[in-house]
Design a protein around this ligand. Structure first.
Ligand code: GLU
Length: 484
């Protein structure tokens, strides 16, 4: 049997990390077994409609490479793939259940239902419906329908016994049927309830594996009873534990946690994000941590999914992102870095590619770029304390001597390349009987005005060019002299 999974997002306008992980696992389950990955848009809750929200879903799937085999934009044999375009079919399915005695018309007014709730001891909104309309005769039903009385269709739940289903991650789950309300399948406006549409869609789209958040675990017995009522085979259920912000709280966009788009805007790479979220709730049998999508497809195994909630650790993602940047092909990196470099460096003539080469091994996210190169356009104000470096054995006094000696040497130097400048400064250190660091650290400091920089003294000199290099060293000399 062909494996068919589906991603069934409700368009909210952003991609929650937990939802993206669901999509990834659905994709991996399908692709690891040569199956199909389907996109269905669950937009029946029109009240929550957000403009452009469906595009966010398409864009995310495109960016992440979770390419669906069937869906609203690519078509397929089981469409339409947008729930709101399927509205015509649900009533027919509900009527099939009425015919089989597994569902019934309910004409109760809102007032009656409210009074039921009120008469319930706790005023519990989830109190079971009292099945008032179950006893209506066929004539009464027909008369009500002919009179145009508003109605809903309810599922007739079993009175006794238990319902059990197997979840691949959570194991066997059993509920007492007496706890299940005769849930509404078709609302009084003729539209299906979310639960009903979801089951009919999964069945008619031939979905074999339903992967979704564990918040749906408690509804699953009801879903299963619907499959039973129709005489359909229920899919394999794979509920995923929540992604947490910390031990107590779920990750939540409303509480400020980051969505996929936020992470992209903050300079994280798509591949690093996908790699990281693959590991949020799944682990391979070995300890491999860095995976390409192809490796994930090969290695992913449902049995590696854990039921314990995983914490979204931004530090770990940041580390992983840095590893991806280091490992990236330079041209691809430059493509991503270029616009940020152009925004951050306005001085004409600066070799941005040279800077990018230096940055590539030092960045954790692309957004670090601006801060790391801010010294190029303007030397920041700095204190002479920066010239103190224990390991380099420098003090402001040594730095002053070094910088004073460097100026004439650099003025005379023609070949403004890194290697040649390095050799030149090394020669100077030797002739002065200074340690290399006693020349390099003061120059690096004078050129950047910062405690750390994306390159050493000579690399910074290449970035800034001869004139600006000498100007900054002279400025350093003035600063050190004033502090004496
Ligand atoms: N539309 C649901 C959601 O976005 C998905 C439910 C399901 O996968 O069954 O949470």
């Amino acid at each position: 049997m062909e494996i068919r999974t589906r991603f069934a997002p409700s368009p909210t306008g952003y991609m929650h990390i937990g939802n993206l992980r669901t999509a990834l696992y659905e994709y991996l389950i399908a692709k690891s077994q040569g199956g199909k990955f389907i996109l269905r848009i669950e937009d029946t809750d029109q009240g929550r409609k957000v403009d452009g929200a469906v595009d966010v879903i398409y864009n995310t799937l495109k960016m992440t490479g979770l390419q669906h085999d069937e869906g609203p934009d690519v078509g397929g044999d089981y469409g339409p793939y947008v729930q709101s375009e399927r509205m015509g079919m649900y009533m027919d399915y509900a009527l099939q259940l009425v015919e089989k005695g597994k569902a019934y018309y309910c004409f109760c007014t809102k007032e009656r239902l409210d009074s039921l709730k009120a008469s319930n001891e706790h005023g519990d909104a989830f109190a079971r419906y009292d099945r008032h309309c179950l006893s209506l005769s066929q004539e009464e039903i027909e008369a009500n329908l002919a009179a145009g009385k508003p109605f809903v269709i309810r599922q007739l739940m079993p009175n006794e016994g238990t319902t059990t289903f197997e979840d691949v991650v959570y194991g066997s789950i059993t509920v007492d049927n007496s706890e299940l309300d005769d849930q509404i399948l078709i609302k009084s406006d003729g539209f299906p309830t979310y639960n009903f549409a979801n089951v009919v869609d999964d069945h008619t789209m031939k979905i074999t594996h339903v992967v979704r958040g564990s918040e749906y675990l408690s509804s699953t017995p009801k879903y299963n009873l619907l499959y039973d009522a129709f005489g359909w085979e229920a899919p394999t259920y794979i509920h995923l534990p929540p992604v947490m912000r910390d031990a107590q709280h779920k990750l939540s966009k409303r509480h400020g946690d980051k969505s996929f788009e936020d992470l992209i805007n903050e300079g994280y790479l798509v591949d690093a994000i996908m790699n990281y979220i693959a590991l949020l709730g799944w682990s391979p049998s070995d300890n491999q941590e860095i995976f390409t999508m192809d490796e994930l497809i090969k290695k992913f195994n449902i049995s590696g999914i854990s039921k314990s909630p995983s914490i979204f650790d931004i530090k770990k993602l940041t580390w992983m992102n840095g590893e991806y940047i280091k490992a990236m092909d330079f041209d691809k990196f430059y493509e991503l870095a270029e616009s940020r470099l152009k925004d951050a460096v306005k001085t004409p003539g600066v070799d941005l590619k040279f800077i990018a080469q230096l940055l590539k091994t030092r960045l954790e996210t692309l957004n670090d770029i601006a801060e790391m190169v801010d010294f190029v356009d303007k030397l920041p104000e700095y204190s002479t304390d920066l010239y103190v470096h224990k390991k380099m054995k420098t003090t402001p006094e040594i730095a002053l001597k070094a910088l004073k000696a460097v100026v004439p040497v650099l003025e005379a130097h023609e070949d403004w390349t890194n290697d040649s400048l390095y050799e030149c400064l090394m020669g100077l250190a030797k002739s002065m009987e200074f340690k290399n660091g006693q020349i390099l650290w003061p120059v690096r400091t004078a050129l950047s005005g910062k405690p750390s920089s994306p390159g050493g003294a000579t690399e910074l000199a290449v970035i800034l060019g001869k004139e600006e290099t000498i100007r900054r060293i002279e400025e350093g000399i003035k600063l050190l002299e004033a502090a004496e």
